[in-house]
Design a protein around this ligand. Structure first.
Ligand SMILES: N[C@@H](CCC(=O)N[C@@H](CS)C(=O)NCC(=O)O)C(=O)O
Length: 230
């Protein structure tokens, strides 16, 4: 399989070294992550790479300048969205699929399991994340934070915030009885955390959901945790 994986010269990039200096899996050549600091979908991949102890190359795609629409990026993701991940001659896009790929690639590790039931639970929450959670909470955050007030659609925003609360209610009920989404801490939590943690940027309060707040605190205390801003 031969695939283009050249870094477009126009995109700034840096090497990110893992915080935790445990057993690092061999990485040659280095994984490349096409990324943006304000993207929750990219952040979940950065968080997973950090907690897996993987060194990687972080390449900034300025989505606010439309760099995701350049031919060199479309060659990586024809859907014109970040994150994109290039591992030697293998390309991945779709953030939660990337989490599954990284979890399996670096197995065994504490974030992933091949046990059919655990993998089923992990997949369930990652699919819920993509089909239900992110479309409500990520979209509410995007509309509130990045769309100028005069272009915001209040009716749509209200519906998104209500959908976001319904998602948080589902999570809260689960987390009242469970420390993490799929048993122990896993890529399922990493996949769902970024837009829950950023819910208030979309004016969806976390206060009515204490079990969700405690879960966010538990995630922040996991080894190798990095924040969205790191
Ligand atoms: N389902 C995709 C969504 C990716 C996505 O929406 N990325 C945003 C940034 S968070 C993006 O690239 N937006 C630019 C655009 O849509 O033009 C995933 O999970 O990877």
């Amino acid at each position: 399989m031969k695939i283009i994986a050249e870094i477009p010269a126009s995109l700034p990039h840096e090497i990110v070294k893992p915080i935790s200096r445990g057993e690092s899996p061999p990485q040659n050549p280095m994984i490349k992550l096409y990324d943006h600091p304000l993207s929750g979908n990219c952040y979940k991949v950065r968080l997973a790479l950090s907690q897996l102890g993987v060194e990687y190359e972080r390449i900034n795609v300025d989505i606010f300048k439309g760099e995701q629409n350049k031919p060199e990026f479309i060659a990586i993701n024809p859907n014109k969205k970040i994150p994109g991940l290039v591992d030697e001659d293998f390309i991945m896009w779709e953030s939660n699929a990337i989490l599954l790929y990284l979890g399996r690639k670096f197995a065994p590790n504490h974030l992933y399991s091949d046990d059919p039931k655990i993998l089923g639970l992990i997949s369930k929450w990652l699919f819920f994340g993509k089909t239900t959670l992110d479309p409500a909470l990520a979209r509410a955050r995007f509309m509130t934070r990045f769309v100028p007030k005069e272009n915001q659609n209040e009716k749509e925003l209200t519906a998104l915030r209500e959908a976001g609360k319904a998602v948080l209610d589902i999570l809260n009920r689960h987390l009242e009885k469970n420390e993490f989404l799929a048993g122990s801490y896993s890529i399922a939590d990493i996949g769902c955390y970024p837009y829950v943690n950023a819910a208030e940027e979309g004016e969806v309060s976390l206060s009515p959901f204490p079990a969700v707040q405690n879960w966010c605190d538990r995630i922040r205390s996991q080894p190798g945790y990095v924040s969205m801003e790191d």
